[in-house]
Design a protein around this ligand. Structure first.
Ligand code: TEU
Ligand code: CA
Length: 539
C-alpha cells in the first residue's frame, strides 16, 4: 500500500475556547492559535484538529452549530480563519476541521424553518414523530440524560436529539439534506483544509423507530456517498468518531479499497475503567485487559485499515491523572504513557496540554462544573439519591471539564492564557506546570513528545513495523515489539510505581527512555517506577 502523509504525521487537537486568548475577553480564539504556530512547529506536529469554531449558541461548546459557513464571532472571522490556514501551511501544518453533522443547533436556520413550518422542505431534514398517549415515541435516551425525544408544542410532535434538546438530530435519509452537507464540506475543502474529524459519525445511519443509534444499515452507504461527492481525489485526512466500533467495523471505514475514511477513533480502551456502559460507574483499570484491547486493534487493522492512537481529547479526563500518577511521578508517568502509545502502529493524536503533562482539576461543588454533561449527570444522580461524595468522585475522575481548563502557557496570572478571568477556571498547578517551564527544561515531558514525533519521521519501522505483544501475563509491564525488514524494536513500560524485574534475551540499544542510566542487558531486566524504554533489540 502506498504510504499516505497522515500515516507519518502526528495530530495535535486544539480546543479553541481554552487554547489562547488574543484579545483578552477570556475566550481562546483563532488569532490566539496563530500566535502559537511556532510552538506547535517546534513540537513537530504536522496536523491540527480544530474543535468547532463555527457559529454556535454554545449549548455544547460549539458542538451545536448554527451556521456551518461562518466562524463564531467570539473566535474571530472567516478572514482570520483563512489567515490561520495559510500561516499554518507555512509552518508545515495542515488543519482538519471538526465536522458535526449528526445534528445541528436548534438555532440553525434549517431547524428554525422546520419547526415553524410543517410544510417546509426543511421539516424532513430532522426526525419528527407523533407520541403515544402523551408520551415520547419510545424510550431512546439522550447521551446527556433523559429522553432522546423533545416535544414541540407548535406542531405537537416530538423531534429526536441524541444529545441535548438544543442539538436536534439530522435525518440522513433525506437526500437534499445530504447534498447540503456535501456542499458545505466542499466549501471547506476549497478553502484548503487538510480534512475532517467527524463527530459521532457512526450515528448518522440511525433508525430511531428500531432504536438503532450507531452502525445503522445505511451508514456505510452514506459514507461512500460522502467520499464520492467530497473527499475523492483530494488526499485528505478523515477520522470518524465511532464509540460503537469494533475492529471489523473499523476495517469497513478505513480499508482503502472501500473509499470511506482514513481511520476512526475507537474507544474500547477508554471504557476499561468503567462498569458497563455508564462512564460514571468507576472501576479500576486492569492492565491485562488494556494490553488485550490494544493488541486486538493492532493486530486486526494491520494491513487492513489504520488505527488512530490517543489517550486524550476534549471529552476525556487527563491521562496522567487517570492512568499515570500526577503526584510523585507526574513527569515519568506522562512520558511512559507517551512512549507506550507512540510506539504503536497508527496515527497518534496529542490533546492540547498533554505534551506538558497537564492534570485533572479539583472539583468541590456543582458550581465548579461548566459542561452540560457534568451538570446534567450531577442533577440526575442527585435525583436518584446517590450520595454527593460518590457523585463528586465520579465527576472528578471523568468529567469532561478536566480537559477543558485553559492551556497553561506560563506562570503569569491566568497562566498566560488571557489577561482577564477566563471563561473557565485555570488549574491551580499552572505555576509549576506550564509551557514556558517545559521548554526551559531539557528533560521535560515536552521534549519526550518532540523526540517521539521526530523518531516517527525518521524511522519507517514506526509506521510499518508489525506489532507483537510480549509478557502478556505480566501484571505490571506493558511490552511489545515492532518488526520491520531486519530490525526489531522493543517497547517496554512499567505501568506502575513499584520496581519490577523482567527477563528477556540479548541487549538493547536505547532509542528513548524516561530515565537516565537505563539498563541495556535485557537478561537482567529491571524497570524503575513508570520507566519506559524503546530499544533497538539485539538478540
Ligand atoms: O462526543 C460524542 C459522545 O458520545 C460524547 O458525548 C461522549 O459520550 C461523552 O463525551 C463521553 O463523556 C462528541 C463530541 O466529542 C462531544 O464533545 C459532543 O458533546 C458530542 O459529540 C455531541 O456533538
Ligand atoms: Ca478572545
Amino acid at each position: 500500500m502506498e504510504t499516505k502523509w497522515w500515516q507519518k504525521s502526528v495530530v495535535y487537537q486544539i480546543y479553541p475556547r481554552s487554547f489562547c486568548d488574543s484579545n483578552n475577553d477570556g475566550i481562546g480564539d483563532i488569532n490566539g492559535i496563530r500566535s502559537k504556530l511556532d510552538y506547535l512547529e517546534k513540537l513537530g506536529i504536522e496536523v491540527i484538529w480544530l474543535s468547532p469554531v463555527y457559529c454556535s449558541p454554545n449549548d455544547d461548546n460549539g458542538y451545536d452549530i448554527s451556521d456551518y459557513y461562518d466562524i463564531s464571532p467570539e473566535f474571530g472571522t472567516l478572514d482570520e480563519m483563512k489567515a490561520l490556514l495559510k500561516e499554518a501551511k507555512a509552518h508545515h501544518i495542515k488543519i482538519i476541521m471538526d465536522l458535526v453533522v449528526n445534528h445541528t443547533s436548534d438555532e440553525h436556520k434549517w431547524f428554525i424553518e422546520a419547526k415553524i413550518n410543517k410544510n417546509s422542505k426543511y421539516r424532513d431534514y430532522y426526525i419528527w414523530r407523533k407520541g403515544e398517549n402523551n408520551n415520547p415515541p419510545n424510550d431512546l435516551l439522550s447521551c446527556f440524560g433523559g429522553s432522546a425525544w423533545a416535544y414541540d408544542e407548535t406542531s405537537q410532535e416530538y423531534y429526536l436529539h441524541f444529545f441535548s434538546k438544543r442539538q436536534p438530530d439530522l435525518n440522513w435519509e433525506n437526500k437534499d439534506m445530504r447534498k447540503d452537507i456535501w456542499q458545505m464540506m466542499n466549501f471547506w475543502i476549497d478553502l484548503g483544509v487538510g480534512g475532517f474529524r467527524m463527530d459521532v459519525i457512526d450515528m448518522i445511519g440511525k433508525v430511531p423507530d428500531l432504536k438503532i443509534k450507531e452502525n445503522g444499515p445505511k451508514l456505510h452507504e452514506y459514507i461512500q456517498e460522502m467520499h464520492k461527492e467530497t473527499l475523492q481525489g483530494k488526499d485528505l485526512l478523515t477520522v470518524g468518531e465511532c464509540w460503537g466500533a469494533n475492529p471489523q467495523i473499523a476495517q469497513l471505514f478505513s480499508s482503502p479499497d472501500r473509499h470511506e475514511l482514513s481511520m476512526v477513533f475507537q474507544f474500547e480502551h477508554i471504557m476499561l475503567d468503567q462498569e458497563g456502559s455508564d462512564k460514571w460507574n468507576l472501576k479500576k483499570l486492569d492492565l491485562i485487559e488494556l494490553k488485550k484491547v490494544f493488541t486486538k486493534w493492532q493486530k486486526e487493522l494491520n494491513g487492513k485499515g489504520w488505527n488512530s492512537l490517543f489517550w486524550n481529547n476534549h471529552d476525556l479526563p487527563r491521562i496522567v491523572s487517570r492512568w499515570g500518577n500526577d503526584k510523585e511521578y507526574r513527569a515519568q508517568s506522562a512520558k511512559m504513557l507517551a512512549i507506550l502509545l507512540h510506539g504503536m502502529q497508527g496515527t497518534p493524536y496529542i490533546y492540547q496540554g498533554e505534551e506538558i503533562g497537564m492534570t485533572n482539576i479539583e472539583f468541590n461543588d456543582l458550581a465548579d462544573f461548566a459542561d452540560i454533561e457534568s451538570v446534567n449527570a450531577y442533577k440526575e444522580r442527585m435525583a436518584n439519591n446517590i450520595p454527593k461524595e460518590e457523585i463528586l468522585k465520579s465527576l472528578r475522575a471523568k468529567a469532561r471539564d478536566n480537559a477543558r481548563t485553559p492551556m497553561q502557557w506560563n506562570s503569569d496570572v491566568y497562566a498566560g492564557f488571557s489577561k482577564v478571568k477566563p471563561w473557565y477556571r485555570v488549574n491551580r498547578n499552572y505555576v509549576d506546570i506550564n509551557v514556558e517551564k517545559a521548554l526551559a527544561d531539557k528533560n521535560s515531558i515536552f521534549y519526550c513528545y518532540q523526540k517521539l514525533i521526530k523518531m516517527r519521521k525518521e524511522n519507517p519501522i514506526m509506521i510499518y513495523g508489525e506489532y507483537d505483544l510480549l509478557l502478556a501475563e505480566d501484571k505490571n509491564i506493558f511490552a511489545y515489539t515492532r518488526k520491520y525488514e531486519d530490525k526489531t524494536w522493543l517497547i517496554i513500560c512499567n505501568f506502575y510505581d513499584k520496581e519490577v524485574d523482567f527477563n528477556l534475551e540479548g541487549t538493547g540499544k536505547i532509542l528513548i527512555s524516561n530515565y537516565e542510566d537505563t539498563i541495556t542487558d535485557l537478561t537482567k531486566g529491571h524497570l524503575r517506577p513508570y520507566e519506559a524504554v524503546i530499544y533497538q533489540w539485539q538478540k
